[in-house]
Design a protein around this ligand. Structure first.
Ligand code: NAI
Ligand code: 15L
Length: 268
């Protein structure tokens, strides 16, 4: 049967807030979890992923989990370690103990951020491109994908790892024209990831069907995902404001954009 009650971790965040608005229309009842309380959601679980007992109680009885909680940008390694690496492990362990069969994991383009973006007639980036994290943040997403594979192989728990491009109400940079996932397409992709059968551990690119797409959406479409949006209507304005991408600028030449070139955040 299709999952109905879904635990949404990171529900107070940007993407969590968008999905709280959109997923109920796909038929889901959401249980919410975040470090931070959420206005108007008194039943939301306010807990840190580090709190194993709270996490175990939060996953109990749900049909599936959408795991968004964590640090969503580069940060010192110790913080990434705690929230994203240990936090994701704690969630998977709780899910294993409670017999939860399906997780949708918010991975990121930054797990493969050093990958050159296609130029000219170059082929789209395939889903099996070697991982090339561009930050400790991207490294934690790479870990999450390996964790998901391990829990499938070892325990038969299924995950769809979605390497999200940029999911915001509108694209705000020329780079985002290529990796933008509209919130409505994001909800469609999460719905497909929750309902497709026999996914084992499947990795997909998460974006709309953008005219300027950089990556291949085949594995996402194989789940039943049919993107309906395209960033192109935003292109003229963004290019006029920001100019075209410069192939000689490393921040424009790699998938991860400025994550590739930003100075490291100390202390390591
Ligand atoms: P966000 O930073 O707005 O939200 C993350 C939420 O997780 C926050 O509300 C925060 O309080 C919560 N959180 C952090 N550490 C926690 C912990 N230890 N325990 C419980 N909750 C914790 O980020 P956003 O943009 O909503 O992203 C959500 C997820 O999707 C993140 O995992 C991010 O890495 C991933 N992602 C998002 C993309 C996007 O375009 N928005 C692109 C690629 C990946
Ligand atoms: C991410 O992984 C971040 O969580 C998000 O805030 C954006 O920076 C996005 O990638 C992106 O690459 O645009």
């Amino acid at each position: 049967p299709a999952p109905r009650t879904v635990l949404l971790t990171g529900a107070a965040g940007g993407l969590g807030t968008l999905m709280r608005g959109l997923l109920p229309d796909h038929g889901y009842e959401l249980r919410l979890l975040d470090l931070r309380p959420i206005d108007g959601e008194p039943d939301a679980v306010v807990a840190d992923l580090a709190d194993r007992a709270a996490v175990r109680e939060a996953v109990r009885g749900v049909d599936a989990i959408i795991h968004l909680a964590g640090i969503s940008l580069e940060a010192p390694f110790e913080k990434i370690l705690k929230a994203n690496i240990e936090g994701t492990y704690n969630l998977y362990e709780a899910a294993r103990e409670e017999g939860i069969g399906r997780i949708v994991f918010a991975s990121s383009n930054h797990a493969v951020g050093y990958t050159p973006r296609p130029q000219g007639d170059d082929p789209l980036i395939p889903i099996d491109t070697p991982r090339r994290p561009d930050t400790f943040y991207g490294l934690s997403k790479s870990f999450g994908e390996d964790l998901a594979q391990f829990y499938w192989d070892k325990h038969g728990m299924e995950t769809v790892s979605v390497r999200i491009g940029s999911c915001f109400p509108e694209p705000t940079s020329v780079r985002m024209l290529s990796v933008w996932m509209s919130p409505a397409d994001g909800a469609r992709l999460f719905h497909a990831a929750l309902t497709a059968e026999n996914v084992g551990h499947t990795v997909v690119h998460g974006s709309s069907a953008n005219t300027r797409l950089w990556w291949d959406l085949t594995s996402a479409r194989a789940l039943g995902y049919e993107p309906r949006d395209d960033s192109e209507p935003y292109a003229e304005k963004l290019v006029a404001e920001q100019g075209d991408l410069d192939p000689d600028n490393p921040a424009h030449a790699r998938l991860g954009g400025h994550f590739v070139t930003d100075p490291p955040i100390w202390p390591y």
